[in-house]
Ligand binder design. Sequence first.
Ligand code: NAD
Length: 318
Amino acid sequence: MRAVVTGAAGFIGSHLCEHLLAHGDEVMGVDALTDYYDPAQKRDNLRPLLGRDRFTFRQGDLLTVPLDALFGGVDVVYHLAGQPGVRGSWGPEFAVYLERNVLVTQRVLEAARRTGLRRLVYASSSSVYGDAEVCPTRETVRPRPVSPYGVTKLAAEHLCETYRMVFGVPTASLRLFSVYGPRQRPDMAFARLVAAACTHRPFPLYGDGGQSRDFTYVGDVVTAMRAAALSPWTGVANLGGGCEVTMRQAIMLLGQLAPAVRVAPGPERPGDARRTGADISVARAAFGYRPATDLRSGLAAMVLAERTARHGRTAATA
Ligand code: NAD
């Protein structure tokens, strides 16, 4: 299968490229290497992919690159490029969120409409729900985002649904719930937590630690993305990890895998939902989704990756 992965240098995008290549697909990665976090980390994510058979990379901004040429002859586009993070989406930064999440997705959909893809998989988000009325949450629950980021992800998802219903663009929008694993974005809680444990620095905890998330391992997410692309199903589905855990519980679990962290309590941040939990029955029925990685194994993989990276950096400077 020939695939384009937008956001290929990012956390989830780089794992997805590896997964597709391992399954024999031909992959073109596209990424602007934006400075939402250090682009050097994105170059590190790309390094193992560059030079591999069946992988090509194009650096470019999806707001301006000619997409018809990029999508010609392609079976599946996985659209992961975007401006992530709830906390930075307030104030003047909102314009960037609109461009990278909404306008870019509309451009991708217009090109998809003209080029006749077999599937367009869109990385939507659990943040469309905000503080959901019911938990675990089904896709039919009314979305009520509590951050401007969530508003842009919902707008882009609605665009996918609009192009699907009006023009028959075969979109599969997957609402990802708190994805974690090696190479996680440095602004996300587990990346900060594991780094704090491995460097014996305090971990700034936002809020009382009672906020809970349905954490989803990145390997399960990318497996589901390819399964969704291969299935005949289109529409909107949740991708959660299968169990809801509070930050306090996650910190305790990490303490069994790495040196205990000293928590530096801080105020709650506007835009963070109190709890998230996915009902995954739609994804299970549509493309056989079954998350396979429990939180302990996923966190252990993060600790190992962090230690290996730190060891490599120390050896390089010795
Ligand atoms: P990430 O920031 O690591 O990856 C996104 C990539 O998109 C970055 O490498 C960035 O440079 C690229 N990008 C942004 N705007 C671009 C543009 N205009 N043109 C080309 N490239 C551009 O983020 P991530 O955590 O890997 O998230 C990937 C996607 O999944 C995002 O759309 C995000 O909203 C969605 N998502 C992530 C999570 C999560 O827990 N990480 C949860 C729900 C949804």
